[in-house]
Design a protein. Structure first.
Length: 442
């Protein structure tokens, strides 16, 4: 690279604690950014260490083009840089213009279905902030956290009372890691189970209170939901409501996920019959991995017990705006009370309505926090319907991708849209998994 190019293009930083690595670059234009990526890939191929690509940081400029590459090793960095330079898509790189979209970010928490074997393990070994939360939750949740996450039987197809607390644990641990870096959400929103994590992150519930809610909620759902089923249907909720009414048996709308995406639930036979009928007509459908039927009449019998079990909850006023997906009013009174959690379990999830509220409040960046994205397509579809141009929609986790890599990619994506990262970014690993012991539970 010539001296003139070196003045115009610089590497803004990296995470010098392999694995993993995050390299970020900036330039005045796409061509210069491509040249910088190609030169960095060649340097690494020639034997340079990733930390050698970290010069003195220069001042950022509004509107500059940025590139971020995250990978677990040198070979992954070379691949990401080369793919970007060649114009090829890859999960290892993300680019964008520093237009300020990341100055206000909504944190979104999904529900059941995001679980996968191996989720959360890397958080225990890599992030002190996340490991602290997971260790605390290990003592607060009845089946623990550390042992299930470190084993192979960590809820891939388990019942709600074993799977949902683990999803919740990964969500809040990830959120605490982001907060440990100084990141704060402009608003939070949760989908079904995800509202418990949203309540904690918003400041309405302590960690212990949120753990109690998820324990009660998941155990009652397990008891109430035998024989139930859930599925996602690629139609608007009004059409789906009509089709549900035409199917023998009980099947109802469980969630308004997006303008043309609706979740249905009910008796397994009736739900399967509806899905089969719609698929025969060419409608895209997907079965959700859960043997329960939340947000349906199936849970009516346990709602009084839920209200009794959580009656002494005294939630605080949220410190972060929390957009409800339960009530028609996005900022209702009585958030996180016992009655609220009963409505959360029974009423349809108004997720697309909540995202529309956020879009109308000017939020253009959305981060789904959890083990694996289940909300990204609904968020994008809703934002398109709201006319939001070039939003940033990204997830913190990805199935079969260790959290350090996916989380650094998330930071890189936010940086590309204007977030200024602390450089160097301190994400040193903590003790190995063998040193993490399950907490004693009475």
């Amino acid at each position: 690279m010539s001296s003139d190019s070196e003045a115009a293009v610089s590497t803004d930083g990296s995470v010098p604690a392999p694995p993993p690595w995050l390299l970020v670059f900036s330039a005045d234009g796409r061509g210069e950014l491509t040249d910088a990526a190609r030169a960095a890939a060649q340097s690494l191929t020639d034997g340079a260490r990733p930390e050698s690509l970290v010069p003195t940081r220069r001042a950022s400029r509004p509107g500059e083009e940025r590139l971020a590459v995250a990978a677990a090793d040198r070979a992954g960095l070379v691949e990401g840089l080369s793919f970007f330079a060649d114009g090829l898509p890859s999960p290892r790189w993300v680019s964008g213009r520093a237009d300020g979209a990341a100055s206000r970010v909504a944190w979104c928490f999904g529900g059941h279905g995001s679980q996968w074997p191996g989720m959360g393990r890397a958080l225990l070994n890599w992030s002190p902030a996340a490991a602290k939360v997971l260790t605390e939750l290990d003592a607060l949740l009845p089946f623990g956290v550390v042992e299930p996450l470190m084993s192979s039987a960590d809820g891939e197809t388990g019942s709600p009372d074993t799977t949902q607390p683990l999803i919740f644990a990964v969500q809040v641990a990830t959120a605490h890691w982001l907060r440990s870096l100084g990141l704060r959400p402009a608003a939070v929103v949760g989908h079904s189970l995800g509202e418990v994590a949203a309540a904690h992150v918003a400041g309405a519930l302590t960690l212990a209170e949120a753990a109690r809610v998820v324990t009660v909620r998941s155990s009652l759902l397990t008891r109430a939901g035998g024989g139930g089923a859930m599925a996602t249907v690629g139609l608007d909720r009004h059409t789906v409501e009509r089709r549900c009414a035409e199917i023998p048996g009980t099947v109802v709308v469980a969630a308004h996920s997006a303008p043309s995406e609706t979740v249905v639930t009910g008796e397994a036979e009736a739900t399967r019959a509806l899905v089969a009928e719609l698929e025969a007509e060419g409608v895209r459908c997907r079965t959700i991995r859960i043997n329960a039927a939340s947000h349906s009449p199936f849970v009516d019998g346990v709602l009084p017990e839920m209200r009794d079990a959580l009656a002494d909850l005294v939630p605080a006023a949220p410190r972060v705006p929390w957009i409800s997906t339960v009530d028609g009013e996005p900022d209702p009174a009585g958030l996180a009370t016992a009655d609220y959690w009963a409505r959360n379990l029974r009423r349809p999830v108004r997720f697309t309505q909540a995202v529309s509220v956020l879009a109308r409040r000017g939020i253009r960046a959305y981060v789904e926090i959890g083990p694996h994205p289940v909300l990204i397509p609904p968020i994008r579809q809703t934002l398109r319907a709201e006319g939001i141009e070039d939003p940033l929609v990204i997830a913190s986790g990805q199935r079969e991708t260790p959290e350090p890599v996916s989380l650094l990619r998330l930071l890189g994506a936010l940086h590309c849209r204007g977030l200024e990262l602390p450089i160097p970014l301190d994400v040193r690993p903590v003790q190995p998994p063998a040193q993490h012991k399950p907490a004693e539970r009475g």
